[in-house]
Design a protein around this ligand. Structure first.
Ligand code: NDP
Ligand code: BG6
Length: 528
């Protein structure tokens, strides 16, 4: 998607993208909150995108790059401007310099890139000052030149300031005639109580359809693909149940440690950072029943039903780990979690966790859903691994290995099924092979947008399909809160694992106990 054209007239490529944008907007009309203006939705009306916390890490690494890519590709309403707001006394020029390395600007895009920054403004203000938010409102109003304009507020900020900021938005910065949408980043609380408090607070200020809780895993290609794969094919659904499936694993691995973010990480730990949100969201899409329609609330109703059927986790259902330095490793790998100077001494915060969840419904009764995630492991990957049961009434002397359907979320999106075939040739033997749909080769040249690109565009379009609803959130916390409290009050000591390893061996033992069979006999040869 190479889109730059310095003149104002559109190239074919750009015209197509504008069409796409218009189509997305039209498609989203159904779910747009018309109540605020009650008038016809107009893509040409002014839009302002406000980044609160514009001087921060998330803004620099994710939000500014994403809005630049959307702008570059002509996917935003034509009359959109961007306002940064934070306490720092900084400027657009300084933010531009800090963002530079994350923006991926091609030489031929330079002119458009400069145009993008010309549409940016920065306002310095406190998060607890009504006067400063009134000032922000005046600035927005100046640009909008009239009452009919739409406003998006992205809270790229620590959760400690969410409450006061949202009060100020409500009191001083709502669109007059047009919609206002609030985008919130996780963590949404620390447990059931704090999350409920935040939800109640937000609900006292905004309607649910104005709140967009981002879980960026819901913006990933293969996560969005789960619905199509399951409900757009006849082949999978009849076997998608306890009669055929032995166990399901949803894994997340990162090959690096806290990288100086230990202070933040230690407050939350891997369960809150990855498992309770990213992995649980994937789980709901794997396990839910077919929704009545593809409308966001029908889908989210089904996701909530799955969560409601999951029993509260207990300590016996989990394996917890914390990485230690690997004396044979190099650089960062020599250092353990506790060697990070930003981590409190003697911390027992887990950097690895495996949990076995049980869904108490007719489809899944007895099938272990194993979610596992960790930092400083041997690989970078996120995947769903659906392992089927052994073939009953075997006539091949125990040779058939279990079938597996693997949905590789990242890196290198792929879908593959491990299955048995007759060994090609004269012999009447058998071997494992795969049906392989690797996106990089099947869809070579197709650009898969970054998760944030899809999600921010969804907010412009008013589609909440890939955002977390408040009841989903409270069910997710219900499952994890007693466990988290127990880990914290009893200071449960995690098992040490070496930086760069697969995690604690106790995790593999837990897999075996939960009907996952690893044979290690399968070898995949990538296509040359
Ligand atoms: P394997 O059976 O080789 O491995 C399955 C997974 O089991 C591993 O990824 C590993 O994940 C886990 N594992 C390793 N040791 C143990 C153990 N002792 N107990 C339990 N689990 C264990 O099959 P794969 O499906 O992973 O395929 C092998 C390779 O081929 C992979 O790299 C895969 O990504 C790749 N492949 C890629 C395709 C594509 O991109 N299109 C197509 C087909 C295969 P973990 O350490 O996370 O637990
Ligand atoms: C974030 C976590 O939500 O997801 C990080 O806070 C983690 O700790 C990141 O590194 C992983 O995201 P991705 O898209 O790189 O897999």
């Amino acid at each position: 998607m190479n889109s730059h054209n310095s003149s104002l007239s559109l190239s074919n490529d750009e015209a197509q993208k504008s069409e796409l944008c218009l189509a997305l907007f039209r498609q989203s009309l159904k779910s747009i909150d018309m109540d605020h203006d009650g008038t016809h939705f107009d893509i040409n009306r002014p839009h302002v995108f406000v980044i609160l916390g514009a001087s921060g890490d998330l803004a620099r690494k994710k939000i500014y790059p994403t809005i630049w890519w959307l702008y570059r590709d002509n996917l935003l309403p034509p009359n959109t401007v961007f306002y940064g707001y934070a306490r720092s006394k900084t400027t657009v020029e300084e933010i531009k310099i800090k963002c530079e390395q994350y923006m991926n600007v091609k030489p031929e895009e330079r002119e458009r890139y400069d145009q993008f920054w010309e549409l940016n403004r920065y306002i310095s203000g406190q998060y607890n000052s009504r006067t400063d938010f009134e000032k922000l409102n005046q600035e927005l109003t100046c640009f909008e030149k009239g009452a009919v304009a739409n406003r998006l507020f992205y809270l790229a900020l620590p959760p400690s300031v969410f409450e006061e900021i949202t009060v100020h938005i409500r009191n001083s910065c709502m669109a007059v005639k047009g919609w206002t949408r609030i985008i919130i980043e996780k963590p949404f609380g620390r447990d059931l109580n704090t999350s409920q408090k935040l939800s109640d607070h937000l609900a006292s200020l905004f309607a649910e359809h104005q709140i967009y809780r981002i879980d960026h895993y819901l913006g990933k290609e293969m996560v969005q693909n789960l619905m199509t794969l399951r409900f757009g094919n006849r082949i999978f659904n009849p076997s998608w149940n306890r009669d055929n499936i032995a166990s399901i694993q949803i894994s997340f691995k990162e090959p690096f440690g806290t990288q100086g973010r230990g202070g933040y990480f230690d407050e939350f730990g891997i369960i809150r950072d990855i498992m309770q949100n990213h992995l649980l969201q994937i789980l709901t899409l794997v396990a839910m029943e077919k929704p009545a329609t593809c409308q966001p609330d029908d889908i989210r109703d089904e996701k909530v039903k799955v969560l409601k059927s999951i029993k509260v986790l207990e300590l016996k259902d989990v394996v917890l780990g914390q990485y230690v330095g690997n004396t044979e490793g190099e650089g960062e790998a020599k250092l353990g979690y506790l060697d990070d100077p930003t981590v409190p001494e003697g911390s027992v915060t887990p950097t690895y966790a495996l949990a076995v969840l049980k869904i108490n419904n007719e489809r899944w009764d007895g099938v272990p859903f194993i979610v596992k995630c960790g930092k400083a492991l041997n690989d970078r990957k996120a995947e769903v691994r659906i392992q089927f049961k052994d073939v009953p009434g075997d006539i091949f002397d125990g040779k058939p290995k279990r079938n597996e359907l693997v949905i590789r979320v990242q890196p290198g999106e792929a879908l593959y099924v491990k299955l048995m075939v007759k060994t090609p040739g004269m012999a009447f033997d058998m071997e494992e092979t795969e049906l392989d749909l690797t996106y990089g080769s099947r869809y070579a040249g197709v650009k898969l947008p970054d998760a944030y690109e899809r999600l921010i565009l969804d907010v412009f379009c008013g589609s909440q399909m890939h955002f977390v609803r408040s009841d989903e959130l409270s069910e997710a916390w219900r499952i994890f809160t007693p466990l988290l409290h127990r880990i914290e009050t009893e200071k449960v000591k995690p098992i040490s694992y070496k930086y760069g390893s697969r995690g604690p061996k106790e995790a593999d033992e837990m897999l075996v106990k939960n009907n996952f069979t690893y044979t290690g006999s399968y070898k995949w040869k990538p296509k040359m």
